[in-house]
Design a protein around this ligand. Sequence first.
Ligand code: C2E
Ligand code: CA
Ligand code: CA
Length: 315
Amino acid sequence: SIGLVAQTDQPLTQDQLLERADYALYNAKAHHRGTAVLFSTEHESAIRIQILTEQQLRQVDFASEMTVQFQPIVDVGRNKIVAYEALARWQSPVLGSVKPIHFIPAAERMGLINQLTEVLFAKALAALKTWPDEIDLSFNLSVRDIASGDLLARLAQMLETTGVSAKRIIFEITETALMHDFEQGRDRLLGLKALGAKIALDDFGTGYSSLHYVHRLPLDKIKIDREFVAGVATDQASRDIVRSILDLCRNLKITCVVEGVETAEQVIVLRSLGCTTMQGYFFGGAVSNVALVHTSGASEWAAAPVRLKGRPVSA
Ligand code: C2E
Ligand code: CA
Ligand code: CA
């Protein structure tokens, strides 16, 4: 991978040039491995967002500015919501609404992620306590969360003090979270499982997935990345990939969740491939807990707060 920068009309200093070439290199490694990437105006504005985000994060009061929204995960066979995924939201008084793809990596770089995760988990648990018992919470952990034994111990402690059963928690992790120290990562996951929690492998198919690697992890679920779902109704290759992952899950006896389901057509195709657990805008985006809770009966739950289409969708 190569990062390049071109000198412009407003000459850049040696440091600035190096910084930009380095950014382009980083970008090449992350998104276009094995190619040359030229530093562009888009990179420039991405850096600006990054700097602003970091400045604001330094003075943020997590508890008041960060909130959690919840997106339903649905069993289409039973037409029921089985869990909600907690998704972090930041309304900054200075920057306005900042996307998690910007502030989560920034918090990771700045060493603030553990603190943030703890605040988000507390908020998510408080929400879960208002849900029917059969609805679980799916919660994202970042690389540095898995690496921190202290953080994981605090999360366990929080489950105990709030009286929430760990059986209702699914921790979502990505493969990159385990890449640099597989043995330690695996032990940490086993620790979470020992509490009774479940583990889901997020964004499956986008990273360096190796089957060998997947079967050595104590996984309960695999979440197929929405990249494959986008093409599932129109593209044979996407369908084949989804079908192979579903086969893999069946063989490993783990649940498969398909992410990013946006249309009825996709639901029908996915069902015909044997997939029953889905998530995506078709069923509803992420909303605040207050917006979820306007019915109390568990049976009505599936129908009321999110747009579960009137009739069950079948293949
Ligand atoms: P993710 O874990 O893969 O979360 C799913 C993302 O897809 C969410 O974006 C969600 O709003 C979006 N999404 C859901 N359904 C659809 C759909 O049908 N179509 C499309 N196009 N998108 C859909 P969001 O909330 O912007 O989060 C982005 C990423 O930021 C998450 O990806 C996750 O990696 C990270 N993130 C969010 N909240 C947290 C958190 O509390 N902790 C950590 N560590 N990461 C988080
Ligand atoms: Ca996730
Ligand atoms: Ca995902």
